[in-house]
Design a protein around this ligand. Structure first.
Ligand code: AMP
Length: 359
């Protein structure tokens, strides 16, 4: 195992706690006079004020991401916290908190992710945040969470994100234990589309897992968290941070890797959505490495043959032999369970009676 471990805690812990260091009170507090390393945080060629479209003030609004949202005269202005009315906390991440917010002028509802510079500095992940911003701001796809822009003050960095009404897929999965095949197929289809688009832009996500996938108002999947993503080609080795469950055999072995790592993770996700736990789950990380390397998978009896066929074609040791993403969209399990345009109903889960993890 050649992947160095980082100091972060395993990141599958629940994230529902309401933050004590709320940005609303922090704004009025004393300003940090230290010169922070994010001072030169720049995202070239990305419009700074892309939210000019007036919409209603409802949380559930459908927001378009068309060119009408950009006002030419606004290009030079940068955002600041006073441009937004802050609403309820949406969640807590490792390096900051996410709030519902509304841009005052347009009433456009967004999610404002607030990251603390000191924590980013301490964890030495400035480059990751920079990469996340640079990559996510440029991607435009219905299954990829939009990042509209960013701004910062002495202590914090604020990422202006598309608001995903149904939150993290991880939390939905925890509530439902596991999904029925139609629901799972719909999320797999959406993720395959998002990955096809990313790969066409030479971006490898490298950190696909339910925690990094959000669900929009139509129950459509939105890929987020590009902190580990890279522009390909790259044979970089990555620091291991968080769950091992989604790592491909080539990553576990510290080998150079390419787009195919995301295809592997798609197979892992498909299994976790259907079963309620990842396929290579084991009592310790050594056992998980072994299961990944030798692709040791047990399918519960309730999984259909077609679903098994798809997972078997994604979870292949040789990256070259994994099913191409375009073929995933044509696979009979996807075509039958998630025809184009279909979305899972809200609160659609399968009763967990057959799930050993939840008995
Ligand atoms: P993160 O720091 O990105 O891990 O986000 C922490 C939590 O905030 C997630 O688990 C979600 O529940 C919530 N969250 C993050 N981003 C959004 C968003 N754009 N829309 C809605 N909820 C979000």
């Amino acid at each position: 195992m050649n992947i160095p471990k980082c100091v972060c805690k395993e990141n599958r812990a629940p994230t529902a706690a309401i933050p004590s260091d709320c940005v609303c009170s922090a704004v009025a507090g004393p300003m940090n006079v230290h010169k922070m390393p994010m001072e030169g945080f720049k995202v070239p060629a990305v419009p700074l004020r892309p939210l000019a479209t007036k919409t209603n003030t409802n949380d559930t609004q459908e927001q378009s991401s068309t060119s009408s949202e950009l006002k030419k005269e606004d290009k030079k202005k940068s955002w600041m916290l006073t441009d937004f009315e802050l609403g309820r906390p949406l969640g807590k991440g490792k390096f900051g908190n996410v709030y519902l917010a509304r841009e005052k002028e347009s009433h456009y509802v967004v999610a404002l992710k607030v990251l603390f510079k000191s924590q980013i500095q301490d964890a030495e992940i400035e480059h990751q945040v920079r990469r996340e911003v640079e990559i996510q701001c440029r991607l435009r796809h219905p299954n990829i969470l939009r990042m509209y822009g960013y701004f910062h003050d002495e202590k914090r960095i604020y990422l202006i994100l598309e608001y995903a009404k149904h939150g993290a897929l991880y939390h939905l999965l925890k509530q439902c234990k596991r999904f029925d095949e139609k629901t799972a197929a719909s999320y797999v289809r959406d993720l395959a589309k998002a990955l096809l688009y990313c790969h066409s832009k030479k971006v490898i996500h490298r950190d696909i897992k339910p925690e990094n996938l959000l669900i929009g108002h139509k129950m459509e999947l939105k890929m987020a968290d590009f902190g580990w993503s890279v522009h390909s080609p790259s044979s970089r080795r990555m620091t291991l941070c968080g769950t091992l469950d989604y790592l491909s055999p080539e990553m576990v072995e510290g080998k150079p890797h390419n787009y195919a790592v995301d295809i592997w993770s798609l197979g892992v996700l498909c299994y976790e959505l259907l079963v309620g736990m990842p396929p290579f789950d084991a009592i310790d990380s050594h056992q998980t490495y072994k299961k990944i390397r030798y692709v040791i998978i047990k399918y519960p009896a309730f999984i259909s043959e077609k679903a098994k066929d798809l997972m078997g074609k994604l979870l292949v040791v040789n990256p070259e032999q994994r099913m191409p993403l375009a073929n995933v969209l044509q696979h009979p399990w996807i075509v039958e369970n998630a025809p184009e345009g279909s979305h899972p109903p809200a609160n659609n889960s399968h009763p967990p009676a057959n799930n050993p993890r939840h008995q």
